[in-house]
Design a protein around this ligand. Structure first.
Ligand code: UTP
Length: 292
C-alpha cells in the first residue's frame, strides 16, 4: 500500500480570474468537457492509491460536496432506463471518502492547508490544486510518491517557465541531485523576473509532511497579505530537506481563462464521446480563420 493515502484539495479561493462565473459558484466545479476540474484531480490521486480526500471549501461551495455524494434518485432513474454506462460513470468514485472543511476567509493557500491539520494528523499527505490540470496520461503524482518513499522528505512539483511568467509563481533555488530532481536551497514567492533565482516554478502538486503545520501555525502573512505556502516551505527547509521534481509533461493553468480553453480543446480531442465531431469542427474553424 502507498505511504500517502490522504489528499488535500484546497478549493476556497475567490477565483477572481474567472469572474463573473465564480461569483456564486466554485471555480473547481467548472467543467472541462464533461467533468468538473476537481474531479480530474481526484481521479489523478485515486489512481495513485489515495482514498481519503479533504476538501477545503468556502462560501458558495456546497455544490462541491453534492458532486461527490450519492444521488440515489438519479441512480434509480438511470437504472430504470438501462443507462448502465452512465450509472457506472457517476458511481466510479463512490468508494472514496471525502471530508469538507471551511476556510472561513480565503487568507491564502498556507492558511487553507492548516485548516486540515485535525484530519491529517501525523501522516504525509498530498496537496493537489485542482485548477492545475495535469495531462491524465502522465504519472507525476505517482513519481512524487515514489520519491517521498525514497527520501521521506517533502516533494514539490516544478516546471520550467518563461521569464515573462515567473512573477506568477513560487520559484526555487536548488542543487540538481539527479536529472530533474532538485534539493531546494531557497524559495521566493512571485519574484520579479530579474530577482528570480531560477526558471523553476512550483506547480500545484505537493507531497508534504506534518511538521509543516507547526510552521504554518507560527507564520505571519506574506506577499499580498496572504499566508503563503511558499513561505512555510522556506521555513521547512531549515529543519528538513525539501525536493522538487521537474515535470515536463502537459499542464494547464485552468484557473486562467486561456489555460482553461486550452485544456478544454486538448481534452475534448481525446474524449471518447466528442473527439471525432470536435476535430472536424476545429478543422473547419481553422480553415475559416485562414481565409480571414
Ligand atoms: P489561486 O492562486 O488560483 O487563487 O489558488 P484563487 O482565489 O482560486 O483564484 P484567483 O487567483 O483569484 O483567480 C490556488 C488554489 O488554492 C485555493 C484555490 O481555491 C485554488 O484551488 N485557495 C487559495 C484556497 O483554498 N484558499 C485561499 O485562501 C487561497
Amino acid at each position: 500500500m502507498s505511504s500517502v493515502t490522504k489528499a488535500l484539495l484546497p478549493a476556497a479561493g475567490l477565483g477572481t480570474r474567472f469572474l463573473p462565473a465564480t461569483k456564486a459558484s466554485p471555480k473547481e466545479m467548472l467543467p472541462i468537457v464533461d467533468k468538473p476540474m476537481i474531479q480530474y484531480a481526484v481521479e489523478e490521486a485515486e489512481s495513485c492509491g489515495i482514498n481519503e480526500f479533504i476538501v477545503i471549501t468556502g462560501r458558495h461551495k456546497r455544490t462541491l460536496e453534492d458532486h461527490f455524494d450519492t444521488v440515489y434518485e438519479l441512480e434509480e432513474d438511470l437504472k430504470q432506463k438501462g443507462k448502465e454506462k452512465l450509472l457506472e460513470e457517476i458511481n466510479r468514485l463512490s468508494h472514496l471518502n471525502f471530508a469538507y472543511i471551511r476556510q472561513g476567509r480565503p487568507l491564502g493557500l498556507g492558511h487553507a492547508i492548516l485548516r486540515a491539520r485535525p484530519f491529517v494528523k501525523d501522516e504525509p499527505f498530498a496537496v493537489l490544486l485542482s485548477d492545475d490540470i495535469i495531462d491524465p496520461d502522465e504519472n507525476l503524482l505517482e513519481r512524487m510518491i515514489g520519491l517521498y518513499e525514497e527520501f521521506r522528505s517533502p516533494i514539490v512539483a516544478l516546471e520550467e517557465v518563461p521569464a515573462e511568467e515567473i512573477h506568477r509563481y513560487g520559484v526555487i533555488a536548488g542543487a540538481e541531485e539527479r536529472p530533474d530532481l532538485y534539493r531546494f536551497t531557497d524559495l521566493v514567492e512571485k519574484p520579479d523576473p530579474e530577482e528570480a533565482p531560477s526558471n523553476l516554478a512550483i506547480i500545484g502538486r505537493y507531497i508534504l509532511t506534518p511538521e509543516l503545520f507547526d510552521i504554518l501555525e507560527e507564520m505571519e502573512p506574506g506577499k499580498g497579505g496572504e499566508y503563503q505556502l511558499t513561505d512555510a516551505l522556506r521555513e521547512l527547509l531549515k529543519v528538513r530537506p525539501v525536493y522538487g521534481v521537474v515535470f515536463r509533461g502537459k499542464r494547464y493553468d485552468a484557473g486562467d481563462k486561456f489555460g482553461f480553453l486550452k485544456a478544454t480543446v486538448d481534452l475534448a480531442l481525446r474524449s471518447s464521446t466528442v473527439s471525432e465531431k470536435f476535430r472536424e469542427y476545429l478543422v473547419n474553424v481553422a480553415a475559416r480563420l485562414n481565409r480571414n
